[in-house]
Design a protein around this ligand. Structure first.
Ligand code: 3EB
Length: 345
């Protein structure tokens, strides 16, 4: 018997890892938002997160990645957040210049982080979209110290304060995320949000980041190791930035090959955990789209050799960035989109 299709074959949301911003998307798709890695800002009428970084292994000086969506879309700005929404999915970007927080009692990075997240939660409340699914955080000088505390740790204080102030809790049901340091630029927070809750996924090889002990800072980072999220008819897996951490400790300090292997083992462990909870077909490692952040460009040949052998055919973008612990040399994040079957399993 032929099973009747109950919905359109056109996926609602798609991710294009190599997007040409001056070409018009095919069919009825619209741009929901983009990431620009490297290059210069062009005026675009959708939210774009600019990531100032070198891209080893590429000749192009910039790469654009796009979330495309079956329209119609609505867009706006809200307290400095550029956002665009289609149906019940919203992508937004907020960039805050720390100089604006220089006169406050709190460290500027902490204040900027708290305000960015408070505004995001206010926008989501106003839009009636309660679920923060995935967050991309970038800040300059992430391992630098100011007022006696590392800037990443200041960022964590502000982020957790905002989650708690906005009554979201800071453990368990928290979004997938990454947090990386760049050579310059504002605090930049991009996010994808929806109406239905994300299903958080943790890594059995690691202490949950929200339970890290105080030796990593006065407040734990507020993110889950991965999240499964559900646009209409689809399942997306977001694997958060994943590094060479076992339990809560950095392992293979000073050994980039060891760190890359360990980070990959962690990605595969999170993937297995996600596959045990997912509602669509199993997610396979070679079919994910990866971003790999490396602290030192000189490590690119080793990292690339190892990952291209381990993940043949996978889509991988390499980005120069500082990982949030000064002893970490590499971090791997990944995602994939699946159609949900018509019939539940
Ligand atoms: C770690 O596992 C590495 O603070 O949002 C990875 C992903 C990391 C997200 C964040 C930090 C964050 O602790 C660092």
């Amino acid at each position: 018997m032929i099973r009747q299709r109950t919905r359109s074959d056109v996926p609602f949301l798609t991710f294009t890892p190599r997007f040409d911003p001056v070409a018009v998307p095919r069919g009825t798709a619209q741009v929901l938002g983009t990431f620009r890695l490297g290059g210069q800002a062009l005026a675009v009428d959708w939210p774009e997160q600019g990531i100032f970084a070198r891209l080893p292994g590429l000749t192009a000086d910039a790469v654009h990645e796009a979330w495309l969506v079956e329209g119609p879309v609505t867009s706006g700005t809200f307290d400095g957040i550029a956002w665009r929404r289609a149906g019940d999915v919203l992508f937004g970007v907020i960039d805050l210049d720390e100089a604006a927080f220089a006169d406050g009692a709190e460290a500027p990075m902490q204040a900027a982080s708290e305000l960015a997240y408070r505004r995001i939660f206010a926008l989501l409340d106003a839009q009636g979209l309660p679920a923060l699914w995935r967050v991309w955080n970038y800040l300059s000088d992430i391992n630098g110290e100011a007022r006696g505390l590392e800037r990443y740790r200041q960022f964590n204080v502000g982020r957790q304060d905002a989650f708690l102030a906005c009554r979201r809790g800071s453990t368990g049901n928290v979004p997938a995320a990454c947090a990386l340091g760049l050579q310059r630029g504002p605090l930049s927070v991009a996010f994808l949000a929806g109406a239905t809750p994300a299903v958080p996924v943790e890594n059995p090889r690691q202490v949950s980041a929200y339970n890290y002990p105080a030796e990593y800072g006065p407040r734990s980072p507020t993110f889950s190791r991965a999240a499964l999220v559900y646009p209409p008819g689809q399942e997306i897996l977001f694997i958060s930035g994943t590094a060479s951490i076992v339990g809560h400790q950095t392992v293979h300090a000073g050994d980039v090959t060891g760190q890359t292997r360990e980070a990959l083992a962690n990605v595969l462990a999170v993937l297995a955990e996600a596959n045990s909870k997912c509602r669509s077909a199993e997610f396979l490692p070679e079919t994910l789209v990866y971003r790999v952040y490396l602290r030192h460009l000189a490590d690119y040949p080793q990292i690339h050799a190892l990952l291209s052998a381990a993940l043949p055919g996978a889509e991988v973008l390499y980005v120069e960035a500082d990982v949030c612990r000064s002893d970490l040399l590499v971090e791997i994040e990944a995602m994939a989109l699946h159609a949900l079957e018509d019939a539940p399993c």
